[in-house]
Design a protein around this ligand. Structure first.
Ligand code: B12
Ligand code: SF4
Length: 448
C-alpha cells in the first residue's frame, strides 16, 4: 500500500525535519510498502492539498502533529475530506495526549498513541487486506468513541530499526539530522516529550555506538543515495549527554572517522569540563542548553528544574572555553511568574553570555503537568484549543503577568538579540546579509 505523509508547516522560518515520519517511512518500506511526503507550505490552499493527494494516490494519509501543527491541520483535513475519501491517521505528541480532541475533528479516522512503527504497519496491513478501517482494537491505535487502547511495549533494541528515511527530511548541503535515543529521564513539567515516560513504564533507550557510527559511515560514503554526503550533523536527541560512557565512546570513534562537525542539545547537569573537552575534540561546534528561567524559584517550583544559577554560569563558561558555541533557550509567561522573575531571566542571560538564544512564550501542551496546573488554576481560557499559538503573547490569563508585560519582555529579548548581531556582524553586513545571518540563527536556535 502507498502511504502519504502530509507535513503541515506552521512557520516559514523553521527548518523542519519530519523525524517521526522519517522513522515510520523506513519501517513501512522494510515491510514492502511505499511512502511519500508532501509539505503543506503556508500559502498552500485546500485545493493544492487535494491536487497533491490525487497525484500521490495514497491508500492512507498520515499526519505527524505537534500542537502547533494540529491547530492548522484540523482545518486542512476537514477541507480535504470534503473532497476526497482517503482514510486519515494522526500520530505524534499532540494526538498522543489529546486523542479525543483529534478524533472529534472532521476527517480524522484514527489516532496513534506513542511509538508508531508497529502500530502503523498493522493499520496498513489491515487496510490492505480488508479495504476498510479497523473495527477492533489494534494496540496503540485509538478509534472514535472508543477508550484508549492497550500499548505495545517500546521497540527494543532501537538498533533493530532501519535508519531514518532521508528523503522525508528535506536535508540540504550534507547537513544531516540524527536521532540516537528515545525518551528523556528528566521531569520538566512543561515538556510533552517526557510524558512518554508516564505512558510507558520504561521508555528510555539508546542506539548502540556501533549503530550510530554505521549510519554516519553510510552517509559519509554516499550510501544515502541523495548525493549530499555528510558535512554537518545535528543531533536531535533531547539530551545527548546523558550517558557519559556512551558519549566518550562516541567521541573516540567519531574523532577516528574524521570528526565531522556537529551540534547537540544538553542539560547543564549532564556535562562536565572533561566531557566538553572531548566533545570539542570530536568536532562538537554548538550546544543548545535549556535555561528556561533566571529565577531559581520558578525553575525549582514550577518547572521542576532544580539546577542552580551558578551551575548554569559555570557550564556556559566551560563550554565557551572548550571552543563550543552556546545557545540558551528561555521561556516567558509561566504560571506564578512575576515581572521580577523575568528581570532575573534577563540578568542571568547577561551572565551566561551565550552566543545566541531562543525565547518562547510558554504554551501549555496537553498531557503535561503544567497543562493540568493551568486548568486547575482556572487560567486556561474557554476555547483555548481554537486560539492560535502566538509567539509574543500568552493564551493564558495569568495572575501575575499581563500580556503587555510578556510582550514588553519579549521585545526586550528581541532588542538584546538585535544589538548582539549588530555588535558582532553589523559593520561588515549589508541589509540583505544581516537578514541571512538572522535567518540562520533562527534555525540554529530552533529547539523543542
Ligand atoms: C527535533 C525537534 C524539533 C525539530 C523538528 C520537529 C519535527 N517535526 O520533527 C524543530 C527544530 C523544527 C522543532 C521545532 C519546534 N518544536 Co520541537 N522537538 C523536537 C524534538 C526535540 C525531537 C523530535 C524527535 O526527534 N522525535 C523522534 C521521533 C522518533 O519521535 P516522534 O516524533 O514522537 O515520532 C514517533 C511517534 O510520536 C509516532 N508518530 C509520530 N508521528 C506520527 C504520525 C503517524 C501517522 C503515526 C501513526 C505515528 C506517528 O511514531 C514515531 C516513531 O515512533 C521533540 C522532543 C521529542 N523528544 O519528541 C520536540 C517537540 C516535538 N517540539 C516541540 C515544540 C513545542 C516545538 C516548537 C513549537 C518550538 C517553539 N516554541 O517554537 C517548534 C515548532 C514545531 C512545529 N512546526 O510544530 C514540543 C511539542 C509539544 C507539543 N505537544 O506540541 C516537543 C515535544 C518538545 C517539548 N519540550 O515538549 N522541534
Ligand atoms: S525539557 Fe528537555 S530535559 Fe526536560 S524533560 Fe523535556 S526533553 Fe527532557
Amino acid at each position: 500500500m502507498h502511504v502519504l505523509f502530509l507535513e503541515v508547516q506552521t512557520e516559514s522560518t523553521w527548518s523542519v525535519a519530519s523525524v517521526g515520519p522519517g522513522f515510520l517511512a523506513a519501517y513501512l518500506r522494510r515491510h514492502g510498502h511505499t511512502v511519500s511526503i508532501f509539505t503543506i507550505a503556508l500559502d498552500h490552499t485546500i485545493d493544492d492539498v487535494v491536487a497533491a493527494v490525487c497525484q500521490h494516490a495514497p491508500g492512507l494519509i498520515g499526519l505527524s502533529l505537534t500542537t502547533r501543527q494540529w491547530l492548522r491541520a484540523r482545518g486542512i483535513v476537514a477541507g480535504l475530506r470534503e473532497q476526497l475519501d482517503v482514510p486519515v491517521i494522526a500520530g505524534g505528541l499532540h494526538p498522543t495526549f489529546a486523542p479525543e480532541q483529534v478524533l472529534a475533528a472532521p476527517g480524522f479516522d484514527l489516532v496513534c498513541l506513542g511509538e508508531g512503527e508497529g502500530a502503523l504497519l498493522d493499520v496498513v496491513a489491515h487496510l490492505e487486506e480488508t479495504s476498510s478501517l479497523p473495527t477492533h482494537d489494534i494496540d496503540n491505535i485509538q478509534r472514535p468513541g472508543q477508550p484508549r487502547p492497550p500499548l505495545r511495549p517500546p521497540l527494543d533494541p532501537l538498533d533493530e530499526l532501519p535508519f531514518i528515511a532521508r528523503d522525508m527530511l528535506n536535508e540540504r548541503y550534507g547537513v544531516r539530522h540524527m536521532v540516537t535515543q528515545r525518551g528523556c529521564p528528566f521531569p520538566c513539567t512543561y515538556c510533552a516529550a517526557r510524558m512518554y515516560n508516564e505512558m510507558y513504564s520504561d521508555y528510555g533507550r539508546r542506539r548502540s555506538n556501533d549503530s550510530v557510527s554505521a549510519e554516519l559511515a553510510a552517509l559519509r560514503s554516499g550510501a544515502a543515495g541523495d548525493g549530499l554526503g555528510l558535512s554537518y550533523i545535528i543531533f536531535l536527541d533531547d539530551t545527548f549527554t546523558i550517558n557519559h560512557k556512551w558519549v566518550r565512546r562516541f567521541c573516540r570513534v567519531h574523532t577516528e572517522s574524521g570528526a565531522t562537525p556537529f551540534s547537540l542539545h544538553a542539560r547543564v547537569e549532564t556535562v562536565n569540563q572533561r566531557m566538553l573537552g572531548e566533545l570539542a575534540a570530536a568536532g562538537c561546534k554548538h550546544i543548545t542548553y535549556g535555561v528556561e528561567s533566571g529565577s531559581e524559584r520558578i525553575r525549582r517550583e514550577v518547572m521542576l528544574r532544580k539546577v542552580s544559577n551558578q551551575r548554569l554560569i559555570d557550564v556556559f563558561r566551560w563550554t565557551r572555553e572548550a571552543g563550543i558555541i552556546t545557545t540558551a533557550n528561555y521561556m516567558l509567561g509561566l504560571p506564578h511568574e512575576t515581572r521580577a522573575d523575568l528581570e532575573m531571566t534577563l540578568a542571568l542571560h547577561h551572565e551566561l553570555q551565550p552566543h545566541d538564544f531562543g525565547y518562547f512564550v510558554f504554551y501549555p501542551y496537553p498531557g503535561t503537568p503544567l497543562f493540568k496546573t493551568c486548568r486547575d488554576l482556572g487560567i486556561l481560557p474557554e476555547g483555548y484549543e481554537t486560539m492560535p499559538a502566538n509567539h509574543r503573547q500568552s493564551i493564558l490569563t495569568l495572575r501575575d503577568l499581563t500580556n503587555d508585560d510578556i510582550g514588553e519582555f519579549y521585545d526586550r529579548f528581541t532588542a538584546i538579540r538585535e544589538a548582539s548581531y549588530l555588535e558582532r556582524y553589523g559593520s561588515s553586513l549589508s541589509t540583505s546579509g544581516e537578514k541571512t545571518v538572522r535567518d540562520t540563527y533562527k534555525h540554529t536556535a530552533a529547539t523543542g
